[in-house]
Design a protein around this ligand. Structure first.
Ligand code: OTU
Length: 654
C-alpha cells in the first residue's frame, strides 16, 4: 500500500520513532516479521540520519523513506535461503573479509574465459594462485556499440548475451561459493547507458523519468558548472554535458556522452537504484563494486566530487542493504586523493556505516613513483600520513587494474618528502612510464594529457611499465630478470600492506601490451585497452615449465599468496607502521596483530644494499628471524640485512 503520511500525522520531533511504529504495523504480518523488524530497528537510525540529510525531514521524505524500506524488505523476500544463511554466518564473524587468507583477482569475462561457463572452468587456475575473491568486470547487458567496457549498462537485470544468462551467473556464483571464492560484481550507480529504459523514457518526454537525469534547457547552468568541474575524459569526451536532440536539452555526462548521470537529488532514483542493487545482490554477489562513487552528487560552485551527500547516499544504501542482504560487502571505487579516499571507508564517527572496502589507489600510485625514482621516501611519507583505516574496513591493494594510473601525488607530500615541485614530479611519472626519460625502461602511454601542465595519466600493462616488454623484445636475459623482479617487488608491497591484495588478470603471466584495440573503431581512441589483453592460454601453460618468465612471475606471486594464508599479522585489523631503516630506496613496514609481527622490506633500487635493524624494536634484533617467503630461519651479522636489487624479504621473529 501507498505509504501516505499526511503533514499533520508526521511527527518531525521523533522521526525515527514515528517511522519505526509505521514500519512495525506495515510488516506485522510478514512471515519473517521478527528478523525484519529487528534489522529495521537496528538500522533505521543510521538510515534516516543519512537519508534525511539528503532528502529533507518533511512528511514527503518520510514517505520516500518507507518506500525505500519497502524495497529492502522486498529484496529480503527475494533472497535465497542459502544466501540468508550466509548473511547470518557473516554477522557472527564481522572480520570474515579482513582475514589474512584473502587474495582477489579481477578479470573481464570475455577476455579471461570467453563466457561465464568458461569462468567456471578457470576455477582451478584461480585456486592455484590462492584466489579467494573474484571481481568480474561489468557483465550486465551493455548498450550496443561503444560501452566503455560495459560501464554503460542498458539493463541491470540481464546478463550481456555474449557472456551468458542470469541463470549462468547464478550457477557461477554458487560454484564459486562451493570453492570458497567470493564473487564481486560492478554496480554502475552514477550513470546508466543512454539506451537504458529510464533514459529512453526521458527522451520520449515521460514526466517521471525526465527527472531521473540531470538535464538543462540551455547552456546557462552547464557553463557555470564547467567553471569548477574538472573533465574525466577531456580527450575523447570533453566537457561534462552532452546535447540531446530528442529532448532539446543538455544532459549531464561526466564520462562518455552515452553515459547519463543519474540525478540522486530525486528520491525516486534512490529507490529505483536500490531495487537494481538488491537484484544483483540476490544473484549471489558477495561484494558490490560501487563504480564512480565520488561523482554521485553535484553542487554549483564545487568540483562535484566527494561531496558530503555522496557519503550520505552510500550510508543510506548501506543501512538498507543490511536489512535485506547484510552479508554483501560495499566496495568503493573512488580514485581520489588519499584523504578523500579513506572517507568512503566510514570515518569521522561513521565507522562501519559506509563501504567495507575501497581501492588502495594511493598505495598503488606511490609504489610506481618509488619504482621510477628508485626512492621510497614519498611512498613512506604518504603511507605514514594516511589516517588510520577504520577497524571495520579494509583496502583492496593492487599494482595494476583495467584503468589508467592517475598520478595522485599530493602537493604537500611531494614538497615535504622530496623537496620537489609537485607538478613536475607528476609529469615526471607520466614521462618515465611513457618511456620518455633518458633512463626509462618503460613502454606505457599517456592517457588524457593536461595541455597546460604536461601532466597525464598512464596506460600500459605491468610488463610494459616494469621493462619486461622491452627486455623481452630485445631478448636480454639479465634485463628480463630485473623486470620480473620489479613486478614481484611491487606485489610484495601490495601483499604486505593493510588490505586484500588484488591481481589484475594477466599480470601473473607478464602479459604484454595489446594493440589489437587499434583495429577496433569502437575502442581505438581509448588507450586503456592496451592493458586489457585477452588471457593468453599458451603463456598460462608455460607457468608449468621451470625457468620461463611465466613460471617465475606466477610462482613468485603464488608464493606471496601462500605466505599470507594464516599469517596473523596481515589481518586487515593489524597495525601498520612505516619504519625508517636507512636507505631512501627501501620501504619498510611492520605489521602487528594479536602479539604477532611481520617485517616487510622492499628495495626499490636497482642496486644491492643492506639495511640495519639495530634501530628497530628488540624483537627484531635479539635473535634469529624467520624468512617467511623462503621458510627458513636466518641470522644476520651486525643486524644488517642484505637486499638484492629490487629485492624484498618478509621476516617474523623466530
Ligand atoms: C570507473 O573509473 C571505471 O573504472 C572506468 O573503467 C569507467 O570508465 C568509469 O568509471 C565510468 O564508469 O575516471 O579513469 O574516482 O576515477 O570512477 C577512470 C573514480 C575513471 C573515477 C572512476 C573512473
Amino acid at each position: 500500500p501507498d505509504p501516505t503520511i499526511t503533514a499533520t500525522a508526521w511527527d518531525e520531533s521523533e522521526p525515527v520513532a514515528f517511522l519505526r511504529d509505521r514500519l512495525a504495523e506495515r510488516y506485522a504480518d510478514h512471515s519473517d516479521a521478527e528478523v525484519l523488524l529487528d534489522r529495521i530497528n537496528e538500522h533505521l537510525p543510521t538510515f534516516w540520519d543519512a537519508f534525511s540529510a539528503v532528502y529533507g525531514e518533511d512528511h514527503e521524505a518520510a514517505e520516500w523513506a518507507i518506500r525505500a524500506v519497502d524495497a529492502a524488505v522486498e529484496g529480503y523476500g527475494d533472497r535465497d535461503d542459502d544466501l540468508r544463511a550466509l548473511d547470518r554466518e557473516r554477522a557472527s564473524e564481522p572480520d570474515w573479509f579482513q582475514r589474512p587468507d584473502h587474495v582477489a583477482y579481477m578479470a573481464y569475462v570475455d577476455l579471461f574465459a570467453g563466457d561465464l561457463q568458461g569462468v567456471r572452468e578457470k576455477i582451478p587456475y584461480l585456486k592455484e594462485l590462492g584466489v579467494t575473491y573474484l571481481h568480474l568486470m561489468p557483465l550486465l547487458e551493455p548498450r550496443e556499440g561503444r560501452s566503455d567496457g560495459g560501464y554503460a549498462v542498458k539493463d541491470y537485470r540481464s546478463v550481456d548475451p555474449d557472456l551468458g544468462t542470469m541463470e549462468d551467473l547464478r550457477k557461477l556464483a554458487a560454484d564459486l561459493r562451493e570453492e570458497d571464492i567470493l564473487l564481486s560484481l560492478d554496480f554502475v550507480m552514477n550513470h546508466t547507458a543512454r539506451e537504458h529504459e529510464w533514459a529512453e523514457a526521458a527522451r520520449e518526454g515521460d514526466d517521471r523519468f525526465s527527472d531521473f537525469y540531470l538535464t538543462f534547457e540551455d547552456r546557462t547552468k552547464p557553463d557555470r558548472f564547467e567553471e569548477t568541474v574538472p573533465e574525466v575524459f577531456p580527450d575523447f569526451a570533453p566537457g561534462n554535458f552532452t546535447y540531446s536532440e530528442a529532448m532539446d536539452r543538455w544532459v549531464w555526462t561526466s564520462f562518455y556522452d552515452f553515459q547519463w548521470d543519474l540525478d540522486y537529488a530525486n528520491p525516486d532514483v534512490f529507490v529505483g537504484m536500490l531495487r537494481e542493487m538488491l537484484f544483483l545482490a540476490n544473484v549471489g554477489t558477495d561484494s558490490l563494486r560501487l563504480d564512480a562513487v565520488p561523482f554521485l552528487w553535484k553542487e554549483l560552485g564545487t568540483d562535484c566530487r566527494n561531496l558530503p551527500e555522496a557519503h550520505w547516499l552510500l550510508r543510506a544504501y548501506r543501512a538498507l542493504v543490511r536489512i535485506a542482504a547484510p552479508g554483501v560487502l560495499f566496495k568503493a571505487e573512488a580514485i581520489v586523493s588519499p584523504e578523500e579516499t579513506i572517507k568512503y571507508l566510514g570515518t569521522g564517527g561513521h565507522e562501519g556505516e559506509e563501504c567495507e572496502i575501497a581501492y588502495g589507489a594511493p598505495l598503488m600510485a606511490h609504489a610506481w613513483h618509488a619504482l621510477a625514482r628508485e626512492d621510497a621516501s614519498l611512498l613512506s611519507h604518504a603511507m605514514d600520513e594516511l589516517p588510520a583505516t577504520p577497524g571495520s574496513a579494509t583496502w583492496l591493494n593492487y599494482v595494476r587494474c583495467h584503468d589508467d594510473i592517475g598520478w595522485g601525488l599530493d602537493d604537500g607530500d611531494v614538497r615535504a618528502a622530496l623537496g620537489r615541485d609537485p607538478t613536475a614530479e607528476r609529469r615526471f611519472c607520466a614521462d618515465f612510464y611513457a618511456g620518455d626519460t633518458p633512463d626509462s625502461y618503460a613502454e606505457g602511454y599517456r592517457f588524457q594529457v593536461e595541455e597546460a601542465t604536461g601532466e597525464a595519466r598512464t596506460s600500459g600493462t605491468m610488463a610494459a611499465l616494469t621493462g619486461l616488454q622491452n627486455a623481452r623484445i630485445e631478448g636480454d636475459e639479465a634485463d628480463v630478470e630485473t623486470a620480473i623482479q620489479r613486478g614481484l617487488l611491487l606485489h610484495s608491497v601490495v601483499y604486505a600492506m593493510k588490505g586484500m591484495p588484488l591481481l589484475y588478470s594477466g599480470i601473473e603471466l607478464g602479459q604484454l601490451n595489446d594493440f589489437s584495440y587499434l583495429a577496433d573503431s569502437l575502442k581505438a581512441d581509448d588507450n586503456r585497452w592496451v592493458h586489457r589483453p585477452a588471457f593468453d592460454g599458451d603463456r598460462a601453460e608455460r607457468r608449468k615449465e621451470d625457468g620461463t618468465v611465466e613460471q617465475r612471475l606466477f610462482d613468485g606471486i603464488a608464493t606471496l599468496s601462500d605466505a599470507r594464508k594464516g599469517l596473523t599479522p596481515v589481518h586487515a585489523q593489524a597495525e601498520e607502521r612505516v619504519l625508517d631503516v636507512g636507505p631512501d630506496a627501501v620501504f619498510a613496514v611492520e605489521r602487528v596483530f594479536e602479539g604477532e609481527r611481520l617485517l616487510a622490506l622492499a628495495n626499490f633500487s636497482g642496486e644491492a644494499l643492506a639495511v640495519s635493524l639495530s634501530a628497530l624494536a628488540d624483537v627484531w634484533t635479539r635473535g634469529g628471524l624467520v624468512d617467511v617467503l623462503d621458510d627458513e630461519t636466518v641470522t644476520f651479522a651486525d643486524r644488517r640485512v642484505p637486499l638484492a636489487p629490487y629485492g624484498y624479504r618478509w621476516f617474523q621473529p623466530d
